[in-house]
Design a protein around this ligand. Structure first.
Ligand code: CA
Length: 717
């Protein structure tokens, strides 16, 4: 514990704090030294007096070098290293040191491996390589833009390494932020020969798909196969989720279960390295992984061998390829907004103060409520995120990304991500949690829903849709109901949700285009729909709640925008009223195949809803303009009518009738209609003009005109 701290906060500007415990914080003069000794006196420009310390603003008449280690001394003989702090966040610093090369990290070649670390404020960097159980150190050389480099001769295919970074007077041992893998529990970064991963063959996906054509299913790698009845050889790993042909009794489990639903995209909860699960003792604790430790290295607890850096990569790639084989794409949940800890992270170790946000006095910005906000607006931080997205797509062939607390990141970063990712795959999905969060970034730069118009092609979780249909969702709102759970007063609000909030007055407008609205009543956060109804609909029996569950599933799949289903919602999944189960263990979070079997009828209903959506283009209108022209909405006696005039073959119009009342409703129409979804999800063959819509159900009707086929026309029939 030092009585004095000295920070370089801008070019020529130093801030010094002196504790009241040392001469009551009073120093009369300061001077600066480097390794050759005395350099210059510092000029006190302002003094701020606080209860515990005195803060001195000093100006330095010399031009200081980023990579030189300096000491600041006071007149009582105290001497401390000068930390390069806010200077690394200045425009001038960024203009001087932004590096646009793509060779950072360890580049493997058969006869040598090249290492490069961006660390402009380091005074020295040493590379420490472990190969064949021998450890060797190499001095790195500082080059252009503050990039430190060394080329190590020999075959380093199975080597691991760390950097020793001498910065701000302290030598920090650091993982490589650009490392593609590591040894177990992130002890050391690993050199990777990517040709080993590229050998695993992918299965080409037949058709293009994008935006509103997607049906996203949110799953967790561990939870999908952790239940003892899953029938996989391993449990809770990438490899287990790549296994075909697994069943519980006659029901598919794991990968085959996902495929059986008909979803187009599986969104995996975090798979990049996180901190709180011991990778060698995976049953000791449980965590979803929103506590990232590394961004390009996969989580080792999902690997068959956490200490083999290649194993996790091969198994992940194989899993993604198997999803592709089954016709499903894979979106990754990426947590760039904060880290498990900024201190000790590869970023803080190599380049302190650069990659996280701070206020003017050097305290961490905390909009993520996790103690540190990633500073995506800093040029090298932005480049880093874009680099990770590109690499994850290239190495693992993933198809999209869900950004955790996207509202912490900035608009420009999200737009660069879209541009870069689309060059690799034009159908890539980019979306996230666009909440407005109190992070230290100008409001107009935050990547949140309020700025959706500045980020075309970026989707946002639509909490309006969720709240109006299911009821508000946080802990103190458990008793709130939505339209489908019995608050009929929300019928008009439901209309706005059903059209992805892209229509203006009298509706509630929120999004420019429908592919920006991710519509899900339930996600991994908060309680499940089923558990919420335990509170909000406590007076209702199980059968009634099951009908409400089905209504929410149906509404999600007929709404414009992008439907989103959280794993287990299709079988009334429960977490036993746990409303924040991030570390609650397998018993709470696992896919419960026994419960799935009990509620198989609702799974089947979900499958039928998904299949119907994928058959009917009318639920997947591509633009707000088209929705404005083709959709008509109204409420009649608390019943929502949602009509879509979209021609597709014989189909002329679709009509959705939502009845969340306890009354059976009778309707007659002037045209012939046919039911394509009833309360059991069934499609009927007969057309008619009179229909009965039972209580607590969603009906979908189609109006068709059967044109003669081309052959019939030619034959004059
Ligand atoms: Ca880990």
């Amino acid at each position: 514990m030092s009585y004095m701290h000295a920070y370089l906060d801008d070019f020529g500007k130093i801030t010094v704090t002196v504790s009241r415990k040392f001469y009551n914080g009073k120093s009369d003069s300061f001077y600066i030294t480097a390794n050759k000794g005395y350099m210059s006196d510092l000029v006190i420009t302002m003094i701020e007096e606080y209860l515990d310390e005195v803060k001195y603003h000093l100006s330095c008449p010399l031009t200081l070098q980023a990579a030189t280690a300096y000491m600041v001394h006071d007149n009582h003989g105290l001497a401390v290293p000068l930390s390069k702090r806010m200077i690394v966040r200045t425009k001038k610093f960024n203009e001087t040191y932004e590096y646009d090369g793509d060779d950072l990290g360890a580049s493997y070649h058969r006869w040598h491996t090249d290492f490069a670390l961006w660390a402009p404020t380091a005074a020295a960097v040493t590379l420490r390589v472990r190969n064949d159980n021998k450890v060797r150190a190499y001095n790195m050389e500082r080059g252009d833009k503050g990039v430190w480099r060394v080329s190590v001769i020999g075959d380093l295919k199975h080597a691991t390494y760390t950097y020793l970074v001498d910065r701000n007077g302290v030598i920090a041992e650091s993982l490589d932020p650009y490392a593609l893998s590591s040894s177990g529990n992130g002890r050391e970064s690993a050199v990777i020969d990517l040709s080993e991963i590229e050998k695993i063959e992918d299965y080409p996906l037949a058709k293009r798909i994008s935006g509103v054509d997607a049906v996203i299913y949110e799953a967790n790698v561990r939870d999908m196969t952790s239940h003892p009845n899953t029938g996989t050889k391993a449990h809770g790993t990438f490899a287990a989720l790549a296994e075909e042909g697994t069943t519980f009794r006659d029901m598919p489990t794991g990968l085959d279960y996902l495929a059986s639903l008909g979803v187009t995209h599986v969104q995996l909860m975090p798979v990049m390295d996180y901190a709180t699960v011991d990778e060698f003792h995976v049953n000791k604790n449980y965590n979803w992984g929103y506590d990232p430790a590394q961004y390009l290295t996969l989580e080792g607890s999902y690997s068959s061998d956490p200490d083999d850096p290649y194993a996790r990569m091969k198994e992940m790639r194989k899993m993604v390829c198997m999803m592709h084989k089954k016709g499903m794409r894979v979106n990754l949940d990426v947590v760039f907004n904060h880290m498990y800890s900024d201190e000790g992270s590869p970023f803080d170790s190599s380049m302190p103060y650069y990659f996280f946000r701070y206020n003017a006095s050097g305290h961490s910005s905390n909009g993520s409520f996790c103690g540190n906000d990633f500073s995506s607006e800093q040029p090298m931080a932005r480049r880093y995120i874009v680099h990770c997205i590109k690499k994850l797509m290239e190495i693992y062939h993933v198809d999209g990304f869900r950004f955790d607390l996207m509202g912490i990141l900035d608009v420009e970063t999200m737009n660069q991500i879209v541009a870069t990712a689309r060059q690799i795959n034009p159908d890539v999905m980019i979306y996230g949690e666009g909440w407005d969060l109190p992070t230290m970034l100008e409001p107009e730069k935050k990547a949140n829903i309020l700025n959706q118009g500045k980020m075309p092609g970026v989707g946002h979780f639509n909490d309006y849709f969720r709240d109006v249909l299911k009821g508000r969702t946080s802990d103190d709102q458990k008793y709130d109901r939505g339209y489908c759970t019995g608050d009929l007063a929300q019928a008009f609000g439901a209309l706005s949700g059903l059209v992805a909030n892209v229509l203006k007055e009298p509706y509630f407008w929120r999004f420019t285009e429908p592919d920006q609205s991710i519509n899900g009543p339930e996600t991994h956060d908060n309680g499940t729909v089923w558990d919420k109804m335990h509170f909000s609909n406590a007076n209702e029996d199980r059968a009634t709640r099951q009908k409400r569950q089905k209504m929410l599933i149906a509404c999600t799949l007929v709404a414009q925008g992008v439907p989103f289903i959280h794993a287990g919602m299709e079988f009334c999944g429960t977490k036993n009223d746990n409303f924040n189960s991030f570390n609650a263990g397998d018993a709470i979070n696992q896919m419960d195949w026994v419960r799935a079997e009990i509620n198989e009828e609702i799974i089947d209903f979900t499958r039928k809803c998904i299949a119907m959506r994928r058959r009917c283009e009318g639920f997947r209108l591509k633009s707000a303009k088209e929705i404005g022209e083709k959709v008509r909405l109204y409420v009649d006696d608390s019943i929502v009518f949602y009509n879509i005039s979209h021609e597709q073959g014989d189909m002329k119009q679709l009509k959705v009738i939502i009845n969340p009342t306890f009354n059976t409703k009778h309707y007659s129409f002037e045209e012939d209609w046919r039911i394509i979804m009833d309360e059991e999800g069934r499609s009927h063959e007969m057309t008619g003009r009179q229909f009965t819509v039972p209580q607590l159900s969603v009906y979908v009707l189609v109006h068709e005109e059967h044109k003669k086929t081309e052959t019939q026309e030619r034959q004059g029939k």
